[in-house]
Structure formats: structure tokens, C-alpha cells
Design a protein around this ligand. Structure first.
Ligand code: WQD
Length: 340
């Protein structure tokens, strides 16, 4: 019998790509999303890619009663909790919106998973929990510094909720996945990053500028203490990220994980600066990008990239894609998206 997995934020960017990987690995995903920053029609493309029609609940995870009724109706072997607002800069402007949405949704997902005996709880965390680290690469034992933004704070608090509630004897085991910078699109070009709100992350801003949706883009500061003055991040292809979730799920459901909670960094261990990402786009597409250099963005971390050895050894996870693959797939998707 195929194991049933609840994917909160299932119509979102990483959620939809993970649903594809779950299906391709024999799982039965069930999507839950309130559509605050995504469109459920993406599941039609998921069906086109996989041949599977995914059950979807258009429900707000912050609505405890509505979410509980889904746990009463279904029987989940695992929960992957993606649903969250995730723009660092936006969280600085709207902290209460971020605390309310990201904490209440995590509380409900975690409490109901425990109450209904869900075996595996996978939490979508972020490298932003490390704060403004002094050096990189960071490992999972790098001490967490003060979060640089309310978004990063909500992920630190989400991790704490898990540490405080998943005990030695609980049936539910948990895995915390700390993503670095997810980017790129599915190799088919049929799905990709498609926020219903204006894109704020670097890679979609680049492709939207290149296709003419924006007259130009800003590089938020080139006066940082880095090799070219712009911030450094570890960009990980969304398909690599998606597969890591499947491997994490298997490590609990196949009884490999012995301890209640494991934490894994998910990055490719290579840092790329903002200007280097722009140049990678230009070299992959042969298209010059119109950008201006502006002030720093509040909440930005100077430089951070991953040591992912733990995921490599314990989950047998190995990223397959690099920054050029990210820019190529992101650009293919932007071109297709503009014709939809
Ligand atoms: C990257 C760099 C910006 C836009 C992301 C996700 C967050 C989390 C961590 C998963 C920064 C610069 C950006 C622009 C720019 N991931 N930039 N001009 O802030 O690292 O956070 O990764 O949970 O969810 O948001 O990503 O893409 O916003 O910024 O210069 O128009 O690009 O200043 O240095 P960030 P980002």
C-alpha cells in the first residue's frame, strides 16, 4: 500500500516539485494550501508530468478546525510542512503577518501530526536560522545566531517547537531541513516558481527582468565584505531539494532514523554572489541583464553557504544541478510562463 503524505503548501514552489518527486518514488501525496501565494492549477501540470491527479484541500493551515477535520478523514504516514510566508525583506516590513501565519500553521501541523500518530514530520526550515554567520560553510552544529529577520525568527521558533514536543518516546519522529536558496524549475519546463504575489527572490527577479516584466532590477548593495561586494548565497536546484524530502521521509518510514529529531543542511556547498548569479544568467542565455546597484536590503545576511556532508552520508543525498542549470531551467520556465 502506497504511503500517504500530507504536503502543506502543496501548490507552492517547493511543495509542487516535491509532490512530483514523491509520486515518482511511489508515495501518495495529498496537497493542502490556502493559495495565499500560489495557484492550485499547478496540480494540473503535476498531473501532466506524473499522470497522477493529486487530491487537494484548499484550506488554511492556520484554521485548526478545518485542518483537524482533514486529519480525521485521512490517515497520513507522513507530513511535509512547507506552508509559510518566506520573503526575508517582506518579513521586515510585516512582522506580525509573518509571526501569525508561520507560527500558527506550524503549531497546527505539528500538534495534529502528534495527536494522529503521524510517523514522520518533515519541517521546511531555512539557512536563515543561522543568522549573520561569521564564516561558511556552515554545518548543522554551527551555533544559531540572532535571526536577521522576522522570517528567520519564525523558522528558529518552528524548530524550537519541534525540539520541545518531539520526545524520545513519541511515535512521531521529525526531520528539520534547512534549505539554502532554492531556485530553478522542473526540467520539463511545465512548472517553476510562480508566486501569485510579486516575486522577491533573486532568481525570479532576474528572469522577470530579462523577459521584460520589469524594466530593470536592483542589486541590493555591492559594499559588503565579499569578493565582489555583493552578498553570497548557496543556490540549490528545486529538484535536488525536492528529492531530499523523499529521502528524509524514507529515512524515518524505513526505520533508519534512531533518534527523535535529525537536522540536515540542504545546499550544494558552493557560494555564489549576486553579481555572479547575474553573470551566470547572462552567459547561459546570451542575454544582457538590465540592473542598477542600490542600497543594502534590511535583514540580508552577508554570506552563507552549506556543508551538506551529513545529508550526503545519512540520507545518501547528492545534488545534481549547479547554478548554470538553475538559470537555464528558470529561464525556460519564465519563457513558457509568459506564454501561459
Ligand atoms: C538573495 C540575495 C539579496 C532580490 C531566501 C529565501 C528564504 C530562505 C533563504 C528558504 C540577497 C539579493 C534579491 C533582488 C537582490 N530560503 N537580491 N535583488 O534573502 O537569501 O532568502 O533564501 O527558506 O525563504 O527568501 O533570498 O533571493 O531574496 O536574496 O540584490 O531583487 O539576492 O539582497 O543578497 P534570501 P533572496
Amino acid at each position: 500500500m502506497s504511503k500517504k503524505i500530507l504536503v502543506t503548501g502543496g501548490t507552492g514552489y517547493i511543495g509542487s516539485h516535491t509532490i512530483i518527486d514523491l509520486i515518482e518514488n511511489g508515495f501518495t501525496p495529498v496537497s493542502l494550501d490556502n493559495g495565499i501565494n500560489s495557484d492550485a492549477s499547478i496540480l494540473e501540470q503535476v498531473e501532466q508530468i506524473t499522470g497522477v491527479k493529486v487530491k487537494h484541500y484548499a484550506v488554511d493551515l492556520c484554521d485548526y478546525d478545518a485542518t483537524r477535520s482533514i486529519f480525521e478523514k485521512e490517515s497520513f504516514d507522513g507530513v511535509i510542512h512547507f506552508a509559510a510566508l518566506k520573503a526575508v525583506g517582506e518579513s521586515v516590513a510585516y512582522p506580525f503577518k509573518y509571526f501569525r501565519n508561520n507560527l500558527n500553521s506550524t503549531l497546527n501541523a505539528l500538534e495534529l501530526s502528534k495527536e494522529f500518530g503521524v510517523k514522520a514530520f518533515i519541517f521546511s526550515s531555512s539557512c536563515t536560522v543561522y543568522g549573520n554567520v561569521e564564516s561558511s560553510p556552515v554545518t548543522e552544529s554551527t551555533p544559531l545566531m540572532d535571526a536577521a529577520s522576522p522570517y528567520g525568527r519564525t523558522k528558529q521558533m518552528g524548530e524550537q517547537m519541534i525540539q520541545d514536543t518531539i520526545a524520545e518516546n513519541s511515535l512521531t519522529k521529525a526531520i528539520i531541513l534547512r534549505y539554502f536558496n532554492p531556485a530553478g524549475a522542473h526540467i520539463s519546463g511545465l512548472i517553476g516558481e510562480a508566486p501569485t504575489n510579486q516575486a522577491l527572490n533573486l532568481v525570479p527577479v532576474i528572469t522577470e527582468t530579462a523577459i521584460g516584466k520589469r524594466p530593470s532590477m536592483s542589486v541590493f548593495g555591492t559594499d559588503y565584505p565579499t569578493r565582489d561586494g555583493s552578498c553570497i548565497r548557496d543556490y540549490i536546484h528545486v529538484m535536488d531539494l525536492a528529492h531530499a524530502h523523499t529521502l528524509a521521509l524514507k529515512s524515518i518510514l524505513d526505520d533508519q532514523q534512531q533518534i527523535p529529531i535529525e537536522i540536515y543542511n540542504l545546499g550544494i556547498g558552493a557560494g555564489a554572489s549576486v553579481l555572479e548569479v547575474i553573470h551566470a544568467f547572462e552567459s547561459v542565455t546570451g542575454q544582457a541583464l538590465n540592473y542598477v546597484i542600490t542600497e543594502r536590503r534590511p535583514g540580508d545576511v552577508v554570506a552563507i553557504y552549506a556543508n551538506y556532508e551529513k545529508a550526503k552520508t545519512q540520507l545518501s543525498w547528492e545534488p545534481k544541478y549547479n547554478i548554470e542549470d538553475i538559470m537555464r531551467t528558470a529561464w525556460d520556465w519564465e519563457i513558457k510562463r509568459s506564454k501561459l
